[in-house]
Design a protein around this ligand. Sequence first.
Ligand SMILES: Nc1ncnc2c1ncn2[C@@H]1O[C@H](COP(=O)(O)OP(=O)(O)OP(=O)(O)O)[C@@H](O)[C@H]1O
Ligand SMILES: [Mg+2]
Length: 319
Amino acid sequence: MEAAIVTNGLTRTFDGLRAVDRLDLEVPQGIIFGFLGPNGAGKTTTIRLLLGLLEPTAGSAKVLGFDLSQADRIREHVGVVLEQPGLYTRLSAYDNLDFFAAAYRVPATQRKARIRDLLTHLGLWERRNDFVDTYSKGMKQKLAFARALLHRPSLIFMDEPTAGLDVPSAAALREDIVNLVRGSGTTVFLTTHNLAEAESMCDLIAVINKGKLVTVDTPDRLRTGARKPQVRIVGRGFSPQAVDALRRLPQVISVTQSKGSLHVTIRRGDKVSPVVKALTEQGAEIEEVVHTTASLEEAFLALLDETDGQDGGESRGRN
Ligand SMILES: Nc1ncnc2c1ncn2[C@@H]1O[C@H](COP(=O)(O)OP(=O)(O)OP(=O)(O)O)[C@@H](O)[C@H]1O
Ligand SMILES: [Mg+2]
């Protein structure tokens, strides 16, 4: 099956700043693809390039098999939820969807049922005749999502869809996204700063930093593979001398102590046995050694740290 999105060396510069820097991506069809990176990493710029809203400086991409020069065709087949919902605030929710359904050329005979289905599904049917400017932020986001789905797109771009929503609204929207997308073969390209959200929703996660792709992997493998190994050592007699001895070991990156246990970060590829040996030599008694799994947040920060160190100086720093 052809990928939903393929980019080859996709690049966009703004006054010499490489906002997107030789990006090679392949997004398989039918999955929820997370596109993560710090502020200014190039996520929104990438989406704008893929929608044909911005010209690449170099490189190329195909979206649903269409070249970026065929932006009209791309936009016919994709749905978008961008940072600004872009709704008509002086129209009702229903009229907004009716307007966009016509613009997307949803056949007139199907429009009404489609709008009713979507609004009912998202819990907005009762409020369909209210002006959008009386909607809360979360309701507007849901409506923007409904608009993105009107023409049954096979690919949806969502740029921080849950940003600024309260916990229940964000959870409800996430559930809606997953429910409406799963099993339908639709591909979702999603950016978020919420790592728990990315972890729970995404099949694959790409991390981008300073315009460059850092990695693409499943949330699980990102957590376990991208981090430096950590162990928690439970026991007694962890004297300051014992802790110092650990810190002097070449394998050990850091040691912290809490409630009778030590948290030791080890260099990748190194074993835990020298740590245990050093502790026992210092008279500590070890009851348990537990390998702890990093959170996606830790893995993400570690990846950014590593890539910040490799910067060739051609891009500006993050933030
Ligand atoms: N129209 C523009 N003109 C000049 N610079 C731009 C323009 N659009 C984006 N940039 C720059 O490109 C870089 C990437 O911006 P982009 O909006 O793609 O980041 P982002 O990953 O979406 O960040 P955020 O998480 O804050 O939304 C930033 O340094 C930004 O200042
Ligand atoms: Mg952005």
